[in-house]
Write a protein that binds this ligand. Structure first.
Ligand code: ADP
Ligand code: NI
Length: 226
């Protein structure tokens, strides 16, 4: 029995190592906010949050590593390509079908996308991974990623005449072309109240505060007050 368990753990280490290589290769040309280093941070955060939760660590690690393997917004809106790539990869690695199906469901449901659609899949592992992904959208890193994405899309920093539209539907959110500052009101500032776990909620507080301070400074400088 003992040997059997060790073999399983060794297998898990190999699967994770191979998954890291697969993800790095797949994201080699990714935009700076959705590259390997986003995955790496979410992977780290999810392991940290999972310490205080009752979850399957293989699902957490594989879910974190594969959650943005082929983001729909970089693949003509195709929401199946990411989960399918993960499914094919994990199947080729001989991973337990139950674990594969759980990871696939996590990839399909982790995203914010307006935040107003009902959530039909639930699991403790999804809650941890959502929190980790949301934390990386907040604070200094969140600000950096957001302006990088805006630049990548050729968007304005800010336009006083274009009001933010919080509470957009999933379709409106996906189509939105608004200035980068608006994204704070449409997504980033809403995240603090959407955290699932105790650890996630507590880490979100400081990151939220930092974004509020950033916005205060930004508008102060915009008006020329500071
Ligand atoms: P989710 O998967 O939760 O829907 P996204 O992949 O859409 O998250 O967003 C991840 C990050 O990419 C955001 O937190 C933000 O930094 C950046 N981003 C996405 N959409 C926009 C946008 N419309 N304007 C500026 N930044 C964006
Ligand atoms: Ni992500």
């Amino acid at each position: 029995m003992q040997t059997c368990k060790i073999v399983t753990l060794m297998d898990q280490k190999v699967v994770i190592q191979k998954t890291i290589e697969f993800v790095k290769e797949s994201l080699a040309d990714a935009e700076g906010g959705h590259d390997w280093w986003h995955i790496y941070r979410v992977w780290n955060l999810s392991k940290q949050i999972a310490r205080n939760e009752k979850v399957n660590m293989l699902v957490i690690e594989l879910g974190a590593l594969l959650h943005d393997i082929a983001d729909a917004k970089f693949h003509e809106g195709d929401e199946n390509i990411g989960p399918e790539r993960a499914l094919n990869f994990l199947t080729s690695m001989g991973v337990d079908p139950q674990i594969i199906s759980h990871v696939e469901n996590i990839i399909r449901h982790i995203s914010f996308k307006g935040g107003s659609h009902s959530q039909e899949f639930k699991s403790a592992e999804l809650k941890v991974l959502q929190d980790a992904d949301r934390l990386d959208a907040m604070g200094a890193i969140g600000i950096a990623r957001t302006f990088n994405f805006g630049g990548y899309k050729g968007r304005q920093l800010y336009d006083p005449e274009t009001e933010p539209q919080p509470g957009m539907t999933k379709e409106e959110y996906k189509k939105s072309n608004s200035p980068t500052i608006n994204h704070f009101y449409e997504k980033l500032l809403l995240l603090k109240d959407r955290m699932n776990t105790r650890t996630g909620k507590s880490m979100a507080e400081q990151r939220h505060l930092f974004m509020e301070q950033f916005l205060e400074q930004f508008f102060g400088e915009w008006r020329g007050d500071i």
